[in-house]
Design a protein around this ligand. Structure first.
Ligand code: SF4
Length: 679
């Protein structure tokens, strides 16, 4: 008999997730289709979502725990009991603050995992770091300083925005935003795309502006210069709802469009047109990139400067204004419950939520035992060759995953994890909460994160880690809040798997902002306290021909990462475990501008090497004028790509957790050279 379950695509295109219906026959998933009843996605599944079920019964999926004494030894199958005894013994002998937990997308798929991992670390007393820092949080740090963290819904954008700036945002990262953006366009809205390359969004855009990568803050500052100089700002809004306008006005006096042209490559008349369009076609909305544009040490300066624009023109707290759907962005009152146990006791050798400090702690101590849940650390960390060497020297590296990942090559123990259909969970969009019900029993000996941590808690006498009778009740505890109407998993089953959230479709409707002053902060005392500039500024990228001219003599090209429609998170081997995606992108491709290709004698589709002093990476050349000259672009996630990038810090330690979330991403920047493979 075929049974049908409601679920959600496990890929985190947050906040634009897609609903799916799953058909199960004799314990096997036989079909997945888009859920037409899902109000967020209305039956849509992109190529990734429509193919993802391939991983569930994949022949290479991990099905039993594997152990080896030394890196390089052959794997031995062991029982779960033996495996967890080894983990508990090593954790006890290392000492609590010598144990670290790093989590990734794989435990986020059912939404409950990150909270469980943090709760375990709080009660046990070990170190734990937020996987979100490698994704959206550095960009959000800049927004938080200004206070413009909330987003309007995509439905509000479709109904009310007259002008939409897609600023570093790409449809391949949030395909579900295409429909509301096109609805706004049909209503007459103007669509502007700003990026360092022609993305999939450009063909829908009325205006495309290419700028030098990492210079977005200079463009935003010059737009502010025009808005203030031309009197196009909202005087009542900045007087009543913002602090620091006089300082900002003085600060941007010399940030002219001509000044910005010299930095960004955007002609000064275009800068003026953009500023006037943004201020006069109101309500205007900015859809800000979630991750790639912030993969640089000074990336947060961009979001800090851009977030001052809606406040300047009084576009916050109104339908169609402010910021639209953004990776990690929440609507007003979109708040669920917590499983955490209050503030953890400070550790004697605390390692901050900062990728550079985590790598240092792996290399120099205190970390001796590392538990990696649902993450391919080697793939996602910068300077990955340093990461590999550090892992190889630890006492114990444990990987809980679906496949033998790049990181598993440097582990002593691999544990088979569950997919999103093998345990109960939920997903939350900006407007709804959805049930992700258990549809099948775990494949092989796969076990969920909650089961693994419960078993470790028992061995380590960690009290009160999991006080709920089952994972379903733990999900109920998270859902027991006003935003959901205190719904339960059982209620969701009865309501076809979904419930509207009690949220405002408009961000900051009360014009209260999450800053110390409660207002928009053009001038931030917090920033000053952390040794950062109090006003929005432009800072040259850490690794660019201008900031590192001596390095650029040998490596003159700026490497930028990004996403494609065929890319899946590294929990699914970056899509390599899904045959349709693997066929679509069989090998790495590097985009090169024709001028840069000609200067190196590189032809279209030629095999090339991208290299610098850190490492080298092979790819096939795509010669295209769709990229800013001097820039090379590669889809993120290919093994070895991050060996080229820098693991330098982006923020002072004191700042990384100062705004309520962990923002300690590494620079991920690189200057590189490209040559043909034969030379
Ligand atoms: S990967 Fe595709 S199907 Fe899945 S949530 Fe993203 S857009 Fe939707």
């Amino acid at each position: 008999m075929i049974e049908t379950f409601k679920s959600m695509c496990p890929m985190n295109c947050l906040p634009t997730y897609c609903g799916m219906e799953v058909e199960v026959e004799n314990g096997r998933v036989v079909k997945i289709r888009g859920d037409k009843e899902n109000p967020d996605s209305r039956g849509f599944l992109c190529l990734r979502g429509a193919s993802v079920h391939e991983v569930i019964h994949h022949p290479e999926r991990l099905k039993v725990p594997l152990l080896r004494r030394r890196i390089g030894d052959p794997w031995q199958e062991v029982s779960w009991s033996q495996a967890l005894d080894v983990v508990a013994e090593k954790m006890e002998s290392a000492g609590k603050d010598a144990v670290g937990i790093w989590t990734g997308h794989g435990i986020l798929v059912n939404s409950i995992g990150p909270q469980l991992a943090l709760r375990f670390s709080q009660i046990h007393g070990c170190q734990a770091w937020s996987g979100a820092m490698k994704c959206w949080t550095l960009g959000a740090f800049g927004l938080a300083l200004t206070g413009a963290l909330e987003v309007n819904t995509k439905e509000d954008m479709a109904a009310h925005s007259r002008c939409i700036f897609l600023w570093g945002a790409n449809f391949s990262s949030q395909p579900n935003s295409i429909r509301p953006i096109l609805a706004a366009k049909r209503r007459g809205a103007t669509l502007v795309t700003l990026d360092c390359r022609y993305t999939e969004a450009c063909r829908f855009s009325d205006r495309v502006v290419l700028l030098r990568p990492g210079t977005d803050a200079a463009l935003a500052l010059a737009m502010m210069n025009v808005l203030i100089g031309d009197g196009l700002y909202d005087k009542a809004f900045v007087r009543n709802h913002a602090v620091g306008f006089p300082e900002l006005a003085r600060h941007v006096e010399d940030k002219t469009p001509e000044w910005a042209e010299g930095i960004t490559g955007v002609p000064a008349p275009t800068v003026r047109e953009l500023a006037r369009l943004y201020a006069t076609h109101t309500p205007s909305m900015i859809v800000l990139g979630g991750s790639s544009m912030f993969k640089q040490a000074n990336g947060w300066f961009s979001s800090r400067a851009i977030s001052c624009l809606p406040a300047l023109v009084g576009n916050l707290g109104i339908p169609g204004g402010g910021f639209g759907p953004r990776h990690g962005g929440s609507t007003h009152d979109e708040i669920l419950g917590t499983l955490l146990k209050g503030r953890p006791t400070p550790l004697p050798h605390h390692v901050p939520n900062q990728m550079s400090r985590i790598l240092q702690a792996l290399e120099e101590g205190p970390i001796r035992v590392l538990l990696l849940f649902g993450t391919d650390m080697v793939s996602s960390f910068a300077e990955s060759n340093r990461v590999k060497a550090a892992l190889d020297a630890l006492d114990l590296v444990v990987v809980h995953d679906l496949f033998l990942s790049e990181t598993a090559k440097h582990a002593h123990l691999v544990l088979p994890g569950t997919t999103w259909l093998e345990e109960v969970g939920y997903k939350k969009t900006n407007t709804h909460v959805y049930l992700m019900d258990q549809a099948i029993e775990p494949v092989g000996q796969a076990r969920s994160l909650s089961w693994v941590l419960k078993e470790l808690s028992r061995r380590l006498s960690v009290q009160d880690f999991f006080p709920w009778p089952s994972q379903e009740q733990a999900v109920d505890a998270i859902l027991d809040v006003p935003a959901t109407g205190h719904i339960t998993v059982s209620d969701l089953r009865a309501r076809r798997g979904r419930e509207p959230l009690r949220i405002s479709p408009v961000a900051h409707p009360d014009l209260r902002f999450p800053t110390p002053s409660g207002k928009v902060e053009f001038y931030s005392e917090r920033s000053l306290k952390w040794g950062l500039p109090p006003l929005p500024e432009y800072r040259e990228p850490l690794e660019s021909p201008r900031s590192r001219p001596e390095v650029a003599q040998r490596y003159p090209l700026v490497l930028r990462p990004g996403r494609t429609f065929g890319h899946f998170n590294n929990f699914y081997r970056n899509g390599r475990a899904i045959s349709r995606l693997a066929r679509r992108e069989p090998e790495p491709v590097v985009w090169l501008h024709p001028e840069d290709a000609a200067a190196r004698g590189i032809q279209e589709r030629e095999r090339v090497v991208v290299f610098n002093d850190r490492s080298e990476f092979q790819a096939r050349a795509k010669v295209t004028a769709r990229i800013f000259p001097g820039t090379v672009w590669v889809r993120t996630g290919w093994p070895g790509l991050n060996a080229l990038t820098a693991c330098a810090p982006c923020l002072p330690d004191a700042a990384v957790e100062g705004v309520g979330f962990a923002a300690g991403q590494a620079a991920h920047e690189a200057l590189v050279e490209v040559k043909t493979l034969m030379t």
